[in-house]
Design a protein around this ligand. Sequence first.
Ligand code: PEP
Ligand code: MG
Length: 841
Amino acid sequence: MSNQRIELLAPLTGLIVPIETVPDPVFAQKMVGDGVSIDPTSNVLVAPANGRVTQLHSSHHAVTLTTTEGVEVLLHIGLDTVMLKGEGFKALVKEGDNVRTGQPLIEFNSEFIMKAGKSILTEMVITNGDKIAAYLPANGFARAGLTPALTLELVDLAAPAPAATSDAALSEPVKVPNPTGLHARPAAVLANSAKTYKSDVKLVRGNDEGNAKSVVSIMGLEVKHGDEVRVKATGSDAQAAIKALAELIRSGCGEDCGPGVPAPAPKPVMKPVAKKPHSTDPNVLAGVSASPGLAVGQIFQVKQDVIEVREQGDNAQVERRRLDDALKEARQQLEALKAEIEDESKAEIFAAHQELLADPDLLDIAISGITNGKSAGFAWRSAFTTYADKLAKLQNEVLAGRANDIRDVGRRVLRLLAGVKEAELIVPENAILIAEELTPSDTASLDRTKVLGFATTGGGATSHVAILARSLNIPAICGIEEAVLQLANGTPVILDGTKGTLRKNPSQVEVTQIRDKQAALAKKRAEELASAMHPAITRDGTRVEVVANIGGLDEAKQGVELGGEGVGLLRSEFLYLERTDAPSEQEQTQIYSDIAKALGTERTLVIRTLDVGGDKPLPYLPMPAEENPFLGVRGIRLCLAAPEILRTQVRAILRAAPYAKLHVMFPMIASLEEVREAKAVIAEERAALGITADIKVGIMVEVPSTAVMSELFAREVDFFSIGTNDLTQYTLAMDRGHPKLAKQADALHPGVLRLIAMTVKGAHTHGKWVGVCGGIASDPLAVPVLLGIGVDELSVSVPAIPAIKALVRKLNKADCVKLANEVLQMGTAAEVRAKLATLVD
Ligand code: PEP
Ligand code: MG
């Protein structure tokens, strides 16, 4: 026997739009409820069914009807229209009225709403979804009060509960490959993917289970590297959910998990069991380094303001709406904050905060508080503090550190609910901030003209606050001794972010020395910046192109601002990582064209084709685990093995040709066959698209065979760019990321330098240019040698551009040639370094 169905008619005349496409996550993610949206052509909202008006929003932009079957239908006119505070809306009913299908409820002025910059997309959603077994939305054009817009199948309360196994599924156990387990980032990838399924999805580890759609709940399980987990799903798409999610976990949830899964387990970052650092010097307080650098200043203690909220709420629907509005506003604030932070990866911290705002578990606790008569503020506070406390107790330091993020985002919403503004910190000049905890929001909004550094008793080097401090270049210490909280405001101190120490009562001599050093460095930086737009020409007239290594549009723009003469390496893989499907041709065309436009037709743009595989897996391109991923199917090998990926990318790159001096570059080339095959792809796609622009094609020199045979390669390509990071690892047979080999895997090893020299010689024989885009190009010590060897272009990290250009201007090419000849004869990297150190001022 089938369940009872009811039909809700369209509340407005217009086009029915799927709720998932509404440009407001509160509706699109069905946080309020499931249903439909209507793009209206009429302006009188009518009742979709017989019922009673159980809530009329004070701004008259929304009304809830409870149908005779007990279904609560929220009708919400427009998006963000609560901000209009009732203007443009006229209620035609009041709370408690019984209404009949088609009866006018609210009249509104669409023109006024649109002029106020708001969308008039109107949502009809069910707020008590537990009563609904299935939603059957209609589509197409609907007439108000006449056309069914949403059919609901009600839960059959009389029916016996479905057998637990009928639509339940459990995956095979999966070993978690992530080196630090399921911390915030993989948890977010997993939760996002889980949310795309209708089924209830749980992550199970042993006897514990958590909601797989909730980042917080996943983190709460504290899943470590090598733990076995299962995915459990209950619902219509349970089988598909367990299959895809188990696979996602197996592949590392978008995270780089290193070689084959059962690798020796890296130790999770555990909270130190031992006591915090402690200094024996009475004048020094010790902590851990969170962000390097020195600062001389005076203590300023920061205390967190207390946000008062009422315990008892008004009616539950009113409180629920308050919570939804505050969450939405907080989301917008975070969007603005993200836009202010230039570094994309740091802006992601606030994207993660936005994610937390949609966390179903967090919302469930808050909503259940509201249902129990609490105010939105009270319920929200208990929800986020419960969660933050739970995380803070975890042993894994990375996960425990996220408690601070939850408190941060929690207080942001709480302030909105309580109607209080964040108390503005009035900070004195030369302040060293001291606090138990600073939040990422506090850190991002610090007044850099006054705050020179900070120290917190909580947190650790992996906390988001520490990451932000590093990106903002503020020296900082976390986990410092609690005695710091007793220091009086105004106490003079030296904060050493590198060592993680705070020295009280420094002598005047010490202070002066540090200040002099800082002033000299600042002066040098200012001079470099002032001349950043001038070309990099040596004293004896050799011009060297100084260009940028970038990962996206923001860095392209910053590079130009800092005097970059183009882009020598766009690491296009950033577009492909941390997502669950490949970027489309259109998406890629857009980003490559935007980057090209940011550079303009006078600057070079070298786009490297996808360089993943091996140690950088793509979740959507399943690959067998490899014993030696650095020697496996990576770079061009992977692209030639999955040609559609390469062809799609090549087409997108070619379409950006009109906007900059476009260069395509293939990574990890080891043989001439690879070059020929990859060039054929370009030629074919170019012909198919009818693109005639002059597009240069080059290769990365990262494999010794290519350096040795550079003369042969130079006949077939337009340019070389030497990737010294990989060239060093393959030449010396030392993993570039190996912590113990970091010092020895030195690009200044004479063996590597000789390969660079061979590459340059081979290229110049055929009139081709050579760049260096590995880390060595940004190292002032190495630049004179590279110039002496004859490198034509240096592609450096964006912040290094002004300093490298200034350095080139100080050099004499003839001297560099002599120097290069000398070091190329040396036997060890140490000798090379010792020689170069004598030349640094
Ligand atoms: C290199 O190997 O030097 C290089 C620039 O490429 P990546 O660091 O992206 O591997
Ligand atoms: Mg490389």
